[in-house]
Design a protein around this ligand. Structure first.
Ligand code: OOB
Length: 558
């Protein structure tokens, strides 16, 4: 049996949990049993395509089992946590399911994360191992692993897919020794998603077997997936959107095929769509722009595409309207969060709903409240803060008691930080955000985290980071800096400084502005709305570094 959970996991209240079971949402099925049932049911069908490799459902399960044996031999034990940071390659799933088989809880990082993020995840989760590629998109993850090990003493093992150097090669793991697998309880934590965050500290989102698999099953139903579905996974494989909404897991739930695309270039994605007769994919809005632009000079046959999902960031109506005509397929908007709640427009919704709203929740038991600053419900149709609770929305972050006190109401509603309105058709429209975050083409930047790093710079006396509108990414970030005694550093110097501190590239401010002092609100907080008003509305070009999409080294993520 798996040892008891860390007390900081906040379970659902007993009565609600019972209701979710009675309603058939939670089925008591842990991931390893789920995968075994799929292998039984869909056996020789193709589950996964990665380059020239094709794994059947049975092979996927076999890889997971043999790897679990190897991880056990390496000393991994149930209840431990492991940070996994892999790009869109088959080994991600083999290792993810192997860890779940062992009852070890993966913490799924994004390939773009660097020392500051990975070090913080490893320390916070007390991770015992770190699983990486050798190199990806020009970056050497083994060097990162050395730095992480130096600052996260719990990390005793590093497993490398590829050239391992001093670490454990992935290729040495598979074993056949019979190991008595532990039984995971379906209502316990299966793995941790990462929060987009709005504070300086990393936050881990516990996802249970029961709650996650419910969201996967219901999403696959809403999207009408079938054994004929061929899904192109082009967003980072571990992110909640391409993993479970319905994503790779939803495709497997229905016996379909997942095709992994490991580069952000539209030409590569188009070639895979043509070769594999892809029917379905998920994109962020900035990637939609890139694809539409690339489509005009591409000869690829994309006629197999039946559905494109778009989510992760605000999606302008004018852009949404171009999807169906350009790709000859249906559009679905998705408004979700790694914390749980996912909304979809439905496939048979009127065009107006699909183009202008972000849909409605998965579950009849997703409770939605739209409230004012005093937590009072707003008038129907008015804008307000979105609060939610339900059968797959977390009740508390991992080991974050004081943050949890603010992030949830006393009745267990999660404060999403999003501002929404409910339309007359019963759909949500995301109209803005109250959380102190920049949504940079779907990549979430917590302002406070970056401000915290910048305050260490000797020339920075004070700093505040705000979002500025961007025609391509939706938003970019601008740092207003109150210079200290030294002159204000130039943007590339700031970028170099933040890189040296180990911050992911997408968090580096796109623009730096000097300001004599930061404006304050009546209650003495930095007035970010006033700072946003100071920004030149003209799009900035020369001052910025490349977008994650234009830059082949990094990936867009929702
Ligand atoms: C998805 O998950 P996260 O955790 O990276 O980010 C969640 C946040 C939301 O709270 C919201 O602020 C923003 O991303 N967001 C959207 C949006 N979808 C997400 N803002 C406007 N319009 C949308 N359609 O991004 C995510 C997780 C599962 C499915 C889809 C997206």
């Amino acid at each position: 049996m798996i040892p008891p959970q860390d007390p900081p996991f906040t379970p659902w209240p007993t009565a609600l949990a019972e209701h979710y079971r009675q309603a058939g949402y939670w089925r008591g099925l842990p991931f390893p049993h789920w995968l075994a049932a799929l292998a039984e049911r869909f056996g020789e069908a193709t589950a996964l395509v990665c380059g020239e490799r094709r794994w059947s459902y049975r092979q996927l399960q076999h890889h997971a089992d043999t790897l679990a044996t190897g991880l056990w031999r390496l000393g991994l034990r149930p209840g431990q946590r492991v940070v996994i940071q892999l790009p869109n390659i088959a080994e991600f799933f083999a290792l993810f399911f192997a860890l779940l088989r062992l009852g070890v809880q993966p913490v799924v990082a994004l390939p773009a994360h660097r020392r500051a993020e990975i070090g913080a995840f490893c320390r916070h989760a007390e991770a015992v191992a770190y699983l990486i590629p050798d190199r990806h998109a020009g970056f050497d993850y083994r060097q990162l692993a050395r730095e992480v090990m130096a600052e996260a003493p719990s990390v005793a093992q590093v497993v490398v897919v590829g050239e391992a150097e001093e670490f454990t090669p992935f290729s040495s793991l598979p074993g056949t020794a019979a190991v008595e697998w532990p039984t995971s309880e379906a209502e316990t934590v299966a793995f941790y998603q990462l929060s987009g965050g709005s504070t300086g500290l990393p936050k881990l989102i516990p996802r249970t077997h029961d709650d996650y698999l419910y969201s996967v099953r219901a999403s696959a139903e809403i999207c009408r997936l079938s054994p004929h579905t061929v899904y192109l996974c082009v967003l980072p494989v571990s992110h909640n959107f391409p993993l479970s909404s319905p994503g790779s897991l939803g495709v497997w739930e229905r016996g379909g095929t997942v095709v992994l695309c490991n580069t952000p270039a539209p030409a590569d994605a188009f070639a895979l769509i043509e070769r594999e007769r892809v029917t379905f994919t998920a994109l962020v809005p900035s990637l939609v722009s890139t694809w539409i632009e690339a489509r005009s000079h591409s000869q690829h046959d994309l006629s197999s595409l039946a559905l494109i999902q778009v989510g992760g960031a605000a999606f302008p109506v004018a852009l949404a309207a171009q999807v169906a005509p350009t790709f000859g397929c249906r559009l679905q908007q998705v408004f979700g969060m790694a914390e749980g709640l996912v909304n979809y427009t439905r496939l048979d919704d009127p065009e107006e709903v699909i183009l202008t709203t972000q849909g409605r929740p998965i579950s009849a038991d997703d409770e939605i409240a739209i409230v004012d600053d005093d937590d009072q419900p707003v008038a129907p149709g008015s804008e307000g803060h979105l609060l939610t609770r339900g059968p797959y929305t977390l009740r508390g972050y991992f080991r974050a008691a004081s943050h949890n006190a603010r992030a949830f109401t006393q009745h267990g509603f999660y404060r999403t930080g999003d501002r929404v309105r409910l339309t007359a058709t019963g759909n949500l429209q995301v109209v803005g955000r109250a959380k102190d975050q920049i949504n940079r083409g779907g990549e979430k930047v917590a302002a406070e985290e970056v401000e915290g790093h910048l305050l260490y710079h000797p020339a920075v006396a004070d700093v505040a980071i705000v979002a500025m509108p961007d025609p391509y990414l939706g938003e970019r970030s601008c740092a207003f800096v109150v210079p200290g005694s030294a002159p204000l550093p130039r943007r590339h110097e700031v970028a170099r400084y933040l890189r040296e501190r180990g911050l992911a590239e997408y968090k580096i401010p796109d623009r730096i502005e000097a300001i004599a002092s930061l404006p304050l609100t009546a209650v003495g907080k930095v007035d970010k709305a006033a700072l946003r008003r100071l920004l030149d509305p003209a799009p900035i070009a020369a001052a910025t570094h490349g977008s994650p999409l234009a830059n082949p080294r990094s990936y867009p993520s929702p």
